[in-house]
Write a protein that binds this ligand. Sequence first.
Ligand code: FRU
Length: 484
Amino acid sequence: MAFTTEERYRAYADWSPEYIEKIKQNTASSPWRTNFHIETPHGLLNDPNGFSYFNGKWTLFYQYFPFGAAHGLKSWVHTESTDLVHFEPTGTVVYPDTPLDSHGAYSGSAMEFGDKLFLFYTGNVRDENWQRHTYQIGALMDKDGKIEKIDKVLIEQPEDTTDHFRDPQIFNYKGQYYAIVGGQNLDLKGIVKLYKAENNDYLNWTYVADLDFENDLTAYMMECPNIAFVGDQPVLLYCPQGLDKSVLDYGNIYPNMYKIGQAFDPETGKIVAPSELINLDYGFECYATQAFNAPDGRALSVSWLALPDVEYPTDAFDYQGCLSLVKELTIKDGKLYQYPVEAITSLRQEAQPFSNQETTNNVYELDLTIPANSKHEIVLFANADQKGLVLTVDTEKGQISLDREHCGQPFALEYGTSRTCDIESGALTANIFIDKSVFEIFINKGEKVFSGRVFPDADQNGIAITSGNPTGTYYHLDYGRKTN
Ligand code: FRU
């Protein structure tokens, strides 16, 4: 299964159609294909890219290595949507095919300018000594999906960072365009740099400052930083790789975290009065979350539901990774909430009372109320022996845990099989979206979120209430036809 470096960086044209057909069929035979989450027809998906609104549609790309479950030569696949729930892929559009992105069209963002979508991304290049060169570069997509690359480096690697400098996010603050880029300084600590588009020209970027967000400087790299505004408050989301667990504990190999500021000062590059660092998701998989402000002002986000440097049971089927549902970010009582966009309710079929039950192939939503002062346990993906994904909610102690130890194929065991988070004691709600091998659990409509993957056995199809008395509704979800 392991790919050699030669295979990971082999030119796209050098893979035979027979090989691609073979892995495509293998992927299609997986028992864990999702029903309403974006995944690949074969090969590996990682970060969401270029989440934006263009030409009257929602546009979302993802990082792609088509030739198996490995991180190799990356391109961008384009998808579009009219409701933020149903996404149609149109194909691979940004290839690693120029001297500025020869070893990967890495992650980035997008913004509509006139009748074009400007893509701002990282060109990953290796020289003959396999030395990395990183270029922040651009491309324009027209309304027919045609890509024209901009033959110019838009932001060079700064002198005070290593070659880990990538993932530009363009954003609009009060009519002025800015960009942030994640990086590693010469002390090998993660930082974020802020740039400004001179005269709002996306081809002309000048450095403003290293973003000041009370960086604890314990991470070695900030991947995928992005800023979205909820009202006037900036939310800075990023992946501080190597973050010291004394700053904030986390269970996954790499964390995805955020800070909420009271304001943004673009002159000094300051997130004013940032909150402490907070875990974006308490589950097992959630990374490279990308957020942007839609034209109507909403802050929308989407995450990659897998992690770098982890092997997944789907690798045997020549694919890996999926995207989360699209979530809206809001702030209530100073706290960030993340909850799927309203259109997700359009998938709901007839309401049924929640109970111990068989499900229709693990494709459903639960809308639950969990009473105060008591302990509850629900087994999702349950078999006849009530083994599956165990959700425990203690509303007296104010604690929620999730355990995937007995749910199908084991994986990522080094990082443990359970996750826990604290919440105020008292009654709460849980909206649980289950999609074959994906779970997204939203407590109190997004106050806390647990996302991740499980790869259940064929008989793990049920729901068992093994303790307590949660009540609510079960909805089978019907997405309609899905294309990959
Ligand atoms: C995060 C990341 C980004 C990079 C991309 C490459 O998962 O490592 O920093 O641009 O993936 O695929």
